[in-house]
Each structure stands twice: as C-alpha cells, then as structure tokens.
Write a protein that binds this ligand. Structure first.
Ligand SMILES: [Zn+2]
Length: 400
C-alpha cells in the first residue's frame, strides 16, 4: 500500500481533512483518515509518500461535452442568440464534413491534465470513441439522435443501436442513445429513444434558450424558422403549450436517469419537479454565455434541491474543457452557494448522473484511486473556496 500524506484531503462525503492520509493499492483506495494508520496491514508493507502542500480530491467529472467538435475551437464567435449561433455551427459542420481526430486527441489530453476522470460525451459521429477508450478517461458515450420529421424513428434508433453494438466494448465506457433537444426531436423519436435506453442514463439539452420556451409554448420563433429553413419542419407537430420539463415528463423521460443539460431558462416549479424525480441538472454556464442562451440561475438551481452536475459543453462554445475553470465561473455567478456544494457537483453529482458513483466521485475505501493532487499555497485556510477560485492545469497532478 502507498500511504499518501497531504496538507488537505477532500473526501467530498464530508468536510476537508487537514493533514490527512489516503492509502491506495493496485489502483484502489484502501483508507482515508486524519491520523496515520498502522504501519502495516492486510495490504502488506506501507510506503509513505509525503505530497506536501496539496489538496487531494477525486478526479473531476465533466458531465456534458462533445469531444468530436473539438476542431471548432475558436471557430464560432460568441452570439447574441442561440439559434443564430447554432446556424453558424451547422454551416461550419456541413462545410467541414467530418470531425478530425487530432483536435479530439488534444482535448482528451487537456481534459486529463485539467483533472478530469469521467466525461459524459455527446456524439453524433462517434469520432471520439476509439481515442476515448484508449485514454485514461472513462464515462458515458451518449449517441445523440436528431429527427423532427423523420418518417421512421424506430429505424433511426435501430440503426444507432447497431452502430453502438459494433464498437469495441470497454468496461469504463457505457453507451446509450439519447435525444438532442425538444426542438429537434419529434415526440415519436423521444418515445423510441426512451424504450431503447431502458435503465441507462439519458442526456438531453433542455430549457437552454428562451427560443425553446417560445417554441414549446406557441410553436413559433427562431427554432420554428430554422426547422422550416432546413426542411425539417413536421406538419403534424403541435406545440404542447407547456414548459420543457413538463413536455419531457409527458414523454416519460423525467426520472432519476435523466441528465437535463443547461436548464438556463427553467423556472422554480420545473426545478422542483426535476428534484422530485431525482433527475440531474447539468449546468454549463460558460457555454450559455458564449451561445447567447443566457445566464443560468445557479443560486436557484441549488436552492431547489435538484442534483447539479457540471459540464463544459464543447470547444465550439468554451475556451477549454477545464472543470476547475467552469467552477470558477460558477462561483462568480453564485457567490452564496457553499464551495463544498460546487465541488460536490464537479465530482459526486456527475459520477452519480453518469452511473459511476460506485467507483468514482468521492474518496472512500473501495473506490478507484483516480485521485488528483492540487497545489495549495501554505496559509490557505478555506481550501474549498480556494479550489473553486480557478485552478490551472500546472497545479494539478494525478496520484497514480
Ligand atoms: Zn451540448
């Protein structure tokens, strides 16, 4: 066993331990304690490693990104409205035709260097899968479908399932089919995806822009126009006349496997419904700012009791895939939320949402020793606050 001594240990399940010890062996956490455990134990001889002025915490969880879009870094400038931004993204993607691997490989490396252990990776092309499964990252591959007027949703889902089945299985990668958003997926396709998903997590962009709220309420606005322009409008579709959460609820998708991504526009009763269903809200505030979707009401998110996880979204709408950078932005938007809760969002909440909480998200005996050590200057008293203040990759290293 290796016994790591550090100035701080953040188990996430409880308050930080000052001057604590984490024992690891064969990639597993053996012990966590404030005092030095016995010099030898069931795991054989003990080697003590003094890590010095660092905080040890579980590897972070980026619960929402699109690694295949990494080549779009700095290619689509920030926009005033989300439909305008999306139209530019669609045009750029059409022009390029494929998702090149080199920027994906860079993004995977950068994610790891920024302290990320797990990702929820939304994909249309599966261009990132081989790179991800060869990396140290784990997580969920969300094979995302769009289709507002597709004649056969069942065939669409079957074809997607066949594509997923052809991928080489990997124990650290769970694969499921997910819907893109209420304005790009027909009710019939939502139903097919729900059936195919079974007990697996389902991630969906939800309540992201004001335009989505208008579209569901009245069937009008920028999303309606965009669907018409690209020939995807569905003549049979009638606006449900409700908000995004109720719409999804009617489709049977509001449950403890749901990852409602963004929620920028959601109201208190909708947040309460998500909390009640034990769903997860994945916030990506830096992306919301970039795409013109608005500012997520983070204080309200936390006050509602819903499980909040953190995502960066893709490099098309954010400067980097650092969860520490996302946390720093969250802190600026939500100065009254305890830092401990923000850190829990970036670790345990994400691991739970992706279905990996048995192995990741906290420092507890039996879990994976996927731990990071973050340099903390001596004299820091509130280590949690320090960690949500912006941590650069050069201050982070992996324990193993
Ligand atoms: Zn997204």
């Amino acid at each position: 066993m290796i016994l790591h001594r550090a100035a701080w240990i953040l188990p996430i399940t409880g308050p930080p331990i000052r001057g604590g010890f984490v024992g690891t062996s064969a990639g597993r956490i053996i012990s966590v304690s404030a005092d030095r455990p016995e010099a030898s134990g069931p795991s054989g001889p003990v080697e003590i490693v003094d890590l010095g002025d660092v905080a040890v915490l579980p590897g972070l969880v980026n619960a929402h990104t699109h690694l295949e879009l990494s080549w779009m870094r700095n290619r689509i400038p920030p926009a005033e409205s989300m439909p305008a931004w999306v139209a530019k993204l669609m045009a750029l993607r059409r022009e390029q035709g494929s998702d090149p691997p080199a920027p994906i490989a860079d993004a995977v490396r950068e994610s790891r260097a920024a302290g990320t252990a797990l990702v929820g990776d939304v994909t249309n092309t599966l261009a990132a899968y081989d790179l991800l499964s060869a990396s140290r990252l784990g997580g969920a591959v969300f094979h995302e479908l769009l289709g507002f007027n597709s004649p056969s949703p069942q065939q669409l889902v079957e074809a997607a399932q066949a594509t997923l089945d052809r991928l080489t299985p990997h124990a650290d990668w769970r694969r499921s089919i997910v819907p893109h958003a209420p304005f790009s997926v027909s009710p019939a396709l939502f139903q097919e995806i729900r059936r195919a998903a079974g007990d697996l997590p389902v991630s969906v962009h939800l309540g992201e822009s004001a335009d989505e709220i208008e579209f569901l309420r009245d069937g009008t606005g920028a999303w309606r126009e965009l669907l018409g322009r690209i020939g995807a409008w569905n003549e049979q579709w009638r606006p449900p006349g409700c908000g995004p959460v109720e719409y999804l609820d009617r489709l049977g998708l509001v449950n403890d496997r749901l990852l409602a991504v963004h929620g920028t526009q959601l109201q208190a009763p909708e947040l309460a419904r998500l909390a009640d269903a034990r769903a997860t809200l994945v916030t990506c505030p830096r992306s919301n700012r970039w795409t013109g979707a608005g500012t997520p009401p983070l204080e309200q998110f936390y006050a509602s009791g819903v499980r909040v996880a953190v995502g960066t979204d893709s490099l098309a709408s954010v400067d980097d895939l650092s969860i520490f950078a996302e946390l720093a932005h969250m802190r600026s938007l939500a100065p009254h939320v305890p830092a401990a809760r923000l850190l829990e969002s970036a670790t345990l909440a994400g691991a739970e949402a992706l279905g990996f909480a048995d192995e990741f998200g906290t420092i507890e005996a039996g879990k994976r020793a996927e731990l990071i050590a973050v340099r903390v200057p001596p004299g820091v008293d509130d280590v949690e606050e320090y960690l949500v203040g912006g941590i650069e990759p050069d201050a982070i290293r992996w324990l193993n």
